[in-house]
Design a protein around this ligand. Structure first.
Ligand code: NAD
Length: 479
């Protein structure tokens, strides 16, 4: 099946008529093609967005909100179809797409449809000077949204929803590896009555289509989620044009387990935070540190549970872990297992590619647990972004805190403990944008979301996102 760009409310072929193959990770087969869009397609998308801007930015908030709520409802109504598309494109289990990805995409539109009705700005009376200041929060104009493949519609809509809620028009590019649900979103937006040109979706490669969005001199803000190297490149391109940037990048998150935690709860959640979505979530706790007194017990229990996590075809009901997203990605992840061995790491479980009967060319691998003796090895420092975790013991709070912070990344961290004072100390000291205590990936969409250090710049979520997608203007009136 060929998918098309969505520009000015119409589905169109790329101007050059060039196409890229789209692979199904569950069986390694090409099942469609996507536009290999050029600068010209991005320009067409920009023009459509630009001409829609005046009217959209002047559309009453309540009307914008109503349209966005309709988009949210239509996503929900198309749950089965969207979840199947997501699972086929990405390799994630169908149940996961149904339970998480698609409902969350719907929530993103609903959340920002409501949030915009509550978005307000400050005013300051300059006492004694007979003046009043207020802040106008105006939409930026045409903005660019670029998203990755791990949570395709979930992250695509997480950017688009606040952008359009705030009155901007958008040129958006999903990952070329998982374009399908973004393609289907176009038709949903049209059905919901989103005016033509408010959202334009161009498909294609990062280095050409994505680059053209970032380089476009009149696209004034870029919201990007993806790898740290790409983020650094985008920052270099955008800086001389003084674009507003929101960069949500990689992670190498610690999962710190103290002996006084609620053990069963910790174990169940740690399985999810290690291998959920095949370990392809930027928030996964891929470095597990366990207090020495329970280390051996944890190791045994963790391996025993993992042994029973079924790796299989994404559409099969009993599958817990599906296929990795692409062949190059699978190879990259497997290569890290070799690096771990060379560095003296001990593979406690997994480490191999798997062949699933009937789907022999799919990109499957075993969930993998590597015991490391130093936190400074590459597998403990570099983002692997697959079903691979490292584990090692620690003795003191100071020691584990130092190891947790001794990476270039700073996206999220998890602590398992029932000690309140320790919780208070550690949550302050951990270098991360998000700290979970006795839970993982519990999200309230009003909270600021993002990372420090190489995990990014800026915050998404709640009013932070609406602030990003608006330009504050101070108006000072003397009377
Ligand atoms: P990626 O950086 O390769 O690609 C992300 C997007 O950027 C894709 O749409 C791609 O086509 C585009 N792109 C690539 N080069 C570009 C360029 N020169 N100019 C403009 N756009 C370009 O990342 P990926 O492999 O798709 O995703 C995995 C990465 O995303 C991991 O590092 C993961 O941690 C990160 N991630 C971060 C978050 C977060 O919220 N911090 C969430 C999910 C994923």
């Amino acid at each position: 099946m060929n998918i098309q760009n969505y520009i000015n409310g119409q589905y169109t072929n790329p101007i050059s008529n060039e196409w890229i193959d789209n692979y199904n990770p569950s069986n390694g087969e090409i099942y469609g093609q996507i536009p290999n869009s050029s600068k010209d397609d991005v320009e067409a998308a920009y023009k459509a967005a630009k001409s829609a801007f005046k009217q959209w930015s002047q559309t009453p908030i309540e009307e914008r909100s109503r349209i966005m709520l309709r988009i949210s409802e239509l996503i929900e109504a198309n749950l089965e179809r969207l979840a199947e598309a997501e699972s086929k494109d990405n390799g994630k289990p169908l149940w996961l797409a149904k339970a998480v990805d698609i409902p969350r995409a719907s929530s993103n539109f609903r959340f920002f449809a409501n949030a915009i009705t509550q978005f307000a700005s400050e005013s300051h009376e300059s006492v004694g000077l007979n003046a009043v200041n207020y802040t106008l929060r105006q939409p930026i104009g045409v903005v660019g949204c670029i998203s990755p493949w791990n949570l395709p519609l979930y992250l695509f809509s997480w950017k688009i929803a606040p952008a359009i809620a705030a009155g901007n028009c958008v040129v958006a590019k999903p990952s070329e590896v998982t374009p399908m649900t973004a393609y289907l979103l176009g038709e949903i937006c049209t059905k919901a009555g989103l005016p033509n040109g408010v959202l334009n979706i161009v498909h294609g490669l990062g280095g050409s289509t994505g680059q053209a969005i970032v380089e476009h001199s009149d696209i004034k803000a870029i919201s990007f989620t993806g790898g740290t190297t790409t983020g650094a490149h985008i920052a270099r391109v955008a800086a001389p044009m003084f674009k507003k940037l929101s960069l949500e990048l990689g992670g190498k998150n610690p999962n710190i387990i103290f002996a006084d935690c609620d053990y069963e709860d910790m174990l169940t959640t740690t399985i999810r935070s290690s291998f959920g979505n095949q370990g392809q979530i930027c928030l996964c706790g891929s470095r597990i540190f366990v207090e020495k007194s329970i280390y051996e017990q944890f190791k045994t229990d963790f391996v025993n549970v993992i042994k029973n996590q079924k790796v299989g075809h994404p559409m099969a009901e009993e599958t817990k872990i599906g296929a990795l997203v692409s062949k190059p990605h699978l190879e990259k992840v497997l290569n890290y297992v070799e690096i771990a061995k060379e560095e003296g790491g001990k593979v406690l479980y997994g480490g191999h590619k798997l062949t699933i009967e009937g789907h022999e060319n799919g990109y499957y691998m075993e969930p993998t647990i590597i015991e490391v003796s130093t936190d400074e090895c590459r597998v403990n420092q570099e983002e692997i972004f697959g079903p691979v975790v490292t584990i090692m013991p620690f003795e003191t709070e100071e020691e584990v805190l130092a190891m947790a912070n001794k990476v270039n990344y700073g996206l999220s961290a998890t602590i398992w403990t029932n000690d309140l004072k320790r919780t208070m100390r550690m949550t302050k000291e951990l270098q991360a944008g998000i700290v979970w205590v006795n839970t993982w990936l519990m999200r309230d969409l009003r909270t600021p979301f993002g990372g420090v250090k190489d995990s990014g710049v800026g915050r998404e979520g709640g009013f932070e996102a609406l602030r990003f997608f608006t330009e504050p203007k101070n108006v000072c009136i003397k009377y």
